[in-house]
Design a protein around this ligand. Structure first.
Ligand SMILES: NC(=O)c1ccc[n+]([C@@H]2O[C@H](COP(=O)([O-])OP(=O)(O)OC[C@H]3O[C@@H](n4cnc5c(N)ncnc54)[C@H](OP(=O)(O)O)[C@@H]3O)[C@@H](O)[C@H]2O)c1
Length: 312
């Protein structure tokens, strides 16, 4: 039986890890690749079955899902200011893809990567769009078997967002972006990718969202993270919310003038300063038997030294 899986977001940080895991698990991956990504990358080899297009383009999406066993939707907008743009990519995009997929006979299985942020939609346009995207999938899913995974902050080699914080901690400087009482879960990217392949392989009937983390029940404080990364003394530097907001303000103005999509925005500051990003693995482990394999100390080593591990 052919096992073709359509993959969106396969050129991004998490999508690349999912792509590798799917191929290792024996799936034939049919990725959706944006023309803008291919421009200037003549050496990029997406395989012969890739589809060029975007989430806005119905005809590419129809080609993408034609005859597939499963769909992994990992594409998403993770930075920017405009709620409208978040809506286009993270709400309308998943709704359109699910609607088109649900017309396939037989109906493919549909896995969507949401975010723990969906739990707190009031914090930012990003968080709101992830919650609305989940609702859009549920509405459009029809007879498909679907699942939503809600990862917390994901890290690993090739991630540019968390890596600098790890590097500073290694040098003995603990940049602390939230309160000392805040707690948060984390997840190594390959553990997320393994949860995806495990769900696809088992075909477990789901129809709901599942949280998942790296196995640390109750999550981490900033101090816990410092001690997991290095044995050296780390000087914690608490970045006050007012400074983060000021930086976000400057960044938003620059972004408007220079026309780029900013990562640090007022919404991102509210997300960073939220005191509780702890999630729970129990439901997913019970349903799927999935267990995370990479604890933080090991994941940090792999992230800092992707070409050869060494301890600090
Ligand atoms: N990173 C985290 O810590 C984290 C945590 C929880 C959830 N998530 C979720 O995981 C997903 C992937 O995040 P990431 O960190 O891997 O982000 P990323 O590196 O920015 O990757 C985003 C991917 O989505 C694609 N994409 C975006 N808009 C698209 C559109 N309109 N049409 C087609 N493709 C589009 C991008 O294509 P191009 O390469 O062409 O830009 C890229 O492949 C997102 O849904 C995000 O919300 C991430």
């Amino acid at each position: 039986m052919s096992r073709i899986v359509a993959l969106t977001g396969g050129t991004g940080f998490i999508g690349k890890a999912i792509w590798r895991a799917l191929e290792s698990a024996g799936w034939t991956v049919r990725p959706l690749i944006r023309p803008s990504f291919l421009e200037g990358r003549p050496d990029f080899m997406p395989g012969k079955d890739f589809v060029q297009g975007t989430l806005e383009d119905e005809s590419s999406l129809s080609t993408l899902v034609d005859g597939v066993t499963a769909i992994v939707h990992c594409a998403g907008r993770v930075q920017g200011v405009s709620r409208e743009k978040f809506k286009q990519d993270n709400v309308d995009g998943v709704g359109r893809l699910a609607r088109i997929a649900a017309k396939q006979v037989p109906a493919p299985h549909f896995l969507s990567i949401s975010s723990l942020a969906a739990r707190e939609p009031h914090l930012s346009s990003y968080a709101w769009s992830k919650q609305q995207g989940e609702m859009a999938l549920e509405k459009a899913a029809g007879g498909m078997n679907w699942i939503i995974l809600r990862p917390p902050a994901v890290y690993g080699p090739e991630d540019q967002a968390i890596l600098p914080l790890f590097q500073w901690i290694q040098r003995g400087i603990g940049l602390q972006l939230g309160s000392s009482r805040a707690r948060f879960s984390l997840l190594y990217v390959e553990d997320l990718a393994n949860a995806v392949t495990q769900w696809l392989d088992q075909g477990l009937h789901s129809g709901r969202a599942f949280e998942l983390h790296d196995g640390k029940a109750g999550g981490y404080s900033w101090k816990d993270v410092f001690t997991q990364i290095t044995n050296k003394k780390v000087i914690p530097i608490l970045i006050p919310g007012s400074l983060l907001s000021a930086l976000a303000s400057i960044n938003q103005i620059l972004a408007k003038v220079l026309k780029y999509e900013p990562m640090l925005t007022y919404g991102k500051v509210r997300e960073l300063r939220h005191p509780n990003w702890v999630c729970d693995n129990n439901d997913l482990t019970q349903a799927l038997g999935w267990e995370p394999l990479v604890p933080l100390a090991k994941g940090v080593q792999r992230t800092l030294y992707p070409y050869g591990h060494r301890s600090s």
